[in-house]
Design a protein around this ligand. Structure first.
Ligand SMILES: Cc1cc2nc3c(=O)[nH]c(=O)nc-3n(C[C@H](O)[C@H](O)[C@H](O)COP(=O)(O)OP(=O)(O)OC[C@H]3O[C@@H](n4cnc5c(N)ncnc54)[C@H](O)[C@@H]3O)c2cc1C
Length: 531
């Protein structure tokens, strides 16, 4: 993928695009794959970098959602379990099984969760992962060495999927590009253009790197801007009522010693009635999440002090060596683009539906919001079916159920630290053919190497140090201080690739360091306090 070539395609195109997608998160990228794979000419425009919004900030689970089972949303669970199976089938390099253990401290928990997980297995049908079962206390401790053993009666193990959200997103972008899709980052849409009947017929967007504006005519325009969907809806209908009820969730990241295991912990009932996960991820431990209604969506939301304390307190109940503030390597915050209920505002966003919604306004603008990372493929299929009707396009059948994603590779254990790239790993290794030092870790606490930086610039449209350290690699999410230490090295490699000067390097380091400082939790006092 090359940004300049993508821009040239836009400026030289005479015909309207079949479909134009606004937003390069999981939702928009899913649509860009589906449309391109059906043979439509699709253009996707992303305001910042691919995945800058919510899609880089998930719990990293491809799951049916045990919680929704308890809420009785069986159809959502069944759909998500099916999508989970399809995703592992189509992207085995990026989605793998993970064992989750529900620790039991009361007599009733083993039968209760044991039966619940059997239902979960059953709903997955032929898309099932491993089979759930009840564990003895000894088996539970053997699988989770840092678990609080006082009062432990045993556990229930079940299986779900785990992934790296932005690595999947970049491979989705590449899949769309492989099928002829055109995707541009740092290209905010500033206006939706309309024909004489008031029907949306394209957009105006800005190239953030040059400041130039471009127009892109299209037969149908799709708004996949997540938490910002209402802003884009107001481009065609300034009076549009809000659809989105934003809610934020935070995760704390610690080193692996807090979960020195191959299994995750699932706490089914926290003090606020939600679930909490502690998950092994890229040799670290991710613990989350929270569900806090907020007024305004922003790109870099801050954690509330209460959220940090809540996660530390809950973790302390379940871990024999509990993490402290000083152990937090990174805190990241994401905003759920939840769709408001028909009853007006919900006080408790955790009760709002995780189903997706497709809305079409009188200008024919299609807005797709809600859903989950796990269900992006199904959401995209639904959206493109609507887009075909609105854009009066030829009916072409969806083929993403069996479409292998870019980099498809079955036995990723063979790829060492580069496993997340799947078959692209060989391309990264080839970059270091004459200089093996390019494959050496750049920081003692992280596995990332210089060849990955070069690859991301040349093949994955990385434009800034933040793109590399936050979304092509996951350094910022794993260890914010280590990421800051890496910034000068990464900036120097990028400047050479992008033919940038020292002033660019200095700006990039300064901008990234300021941003990354927000991912560090001060030991004495932390984020903002809830009003
Ligand atoms: C804390 C948390 C944990 C979660 N964990 C999971 C999980 O484990 N598993 C799971 O399945 N789901 C999970 N989810 C849900 C999942 O992450 C979201 O449903 C999904 O990422 C939403 O993707 P999106 O593309 O709709 O939104 P986004 O990722 O926010 O993408 C929208 C994009 O639109 C762009 N944009 C906005 N305005 C414009 C414009 N004018 N022009 C161009 N582009 C624009 C933005 O820059 C942004 O990149 C979680 C969500 C949260 C908040």
């Amino acid at each position: 993928m090359n940004r300049q070539q993508m821009l040239t395609r836009v400026s030289t195109r005479k015909e309207p695009w079949d479909m134009l997608v606004i937003g390069g998160g999981a939702t928009g990228m899913g649509v860009a794959i589906d449309a391109a794979a059906r043979g439509f000419d699709v253009l996707l425009l992303e305001a910042k970098d691919f995945g800058k919004g919510t899609s880089s900030r998930s719990t990293k689970l491809i799951h049916g959602g045990v919680r929704y089972l308890e809420q009785g949303n069986i159809s959502l669970v069944m759909e998500a379990l099916k999508e989970r199976g399809l995703l592992r089938q189509n992207a085995p390099h990026l989605v793998h099984d993970l064992a989750f253990i529900v620790p039991n401290y009361s007599w009733w928990e083993a039968p209760f969760y044991g039966i619940g997980m059997k239902v979960y297995d059953l709903l997955a049908g032929k898309y099932g992962f491993g089979r759930s079962r009840v564990l003895s206390a000894e088996e539970t401790i053997a699988r989770l060495p840092n678990l609080q053993t006082e009062g432990l009666r045993g556990g229930v193990v079940y299986y779900d999927g785990q992934f790296d959200d932005t690595r999947l997103l970049i491979h989705m972008a590449a899949t769309s590009a492989d099928h002829g899709g055109t995707l541009i980052n740092y290209a905010p849409v500033v206006e939706i253009t309309r024909d004489e009947d008031g029907f949306a017929n394209g957009v105006t967007f800005r190239d953030e790197e040059t400041g130039a504006t471009h127009t892109a005519p299209a037969r149908v325009v799709i708004n996949a801007t997540g938490m910002f969907a209402d802003d884009v809806r107001r481009m065609t209908d300034p009076t549009a009522q809000k659809m989105i009820a934003p809610s934020q969730g935070i995760h704390l990241v610690f080193d692996r010693s807090f979960l020195p295991a191959e299994s995750a912990i699932m706490v089914p009932h926290t003090s606020d009635g939600r679930v909490l996960f502690a998950i092994p991820w890229h040799d670290h431990t991710v613990v989350g999440t929270t569900d806090t209604p907020i007024e305004q969506a922003t790109y870099e939301p801050r954690p509330f002090e209460e959220e940090i304390q809540f996660i530390l307190d809950t973790a302390a109940q379940f871990l024999s060596k509990p993490p402290t503030r000083a152990d937090i390597l990174s805190v990241y915050v994401g905003i759920r683009p939840l769709v408001k209920s028909d009853n007006g505002d919900a006080d408790k966003t955790s009760a709002l539906s995780r189903d997706h919604t497709i809305h079409i306004d009188s200008a024919g603008l299609i807005t797709i919001v809600g859903g989950k990372w796990t269900t992006y493929r199904h959401m995209a299929e639904d959206c493109v079916n609507h887009a075909i009707t609105i854009g009066r396009l030829d009916d072409k059948a969806c083929n993403t159920r069996t479409l292998k994603l870019h980099g498809y590779f079955e036995n990723v254990d063979l790829l060492g630290n580069l496993w997340v790239y799947g078959s692209d790993a060989s391309g990264i290794k080839a970059l270091a053919a004459g200089d093996p030092a390019l494959l050496a870790p750049m920081h003692p606490d992280l596995t990332y190497c210089a060849a990955e930086v070069i690859w991301a610039v040349r093949q994955e449209m990385a434009r800034t140090v933040e793109d590399i350290l936050a979304r092509r690699t996951r350094a910022l999410f794993l260890n914010a201080k280590a990421a800051i230490a890496l910034a000068p090295k990464v900036a120097a490699i990028m400047a050479k690739e992008l033919k940038q000067d020292q002033a660019w390097i200095d700006n990039q380091i300064a901008a990234f360091s300021t941003l990354a400082a927000q991912y560090i939790v001060p030991v004495s006092d932390g984020g903002t306090t809830l009003e």
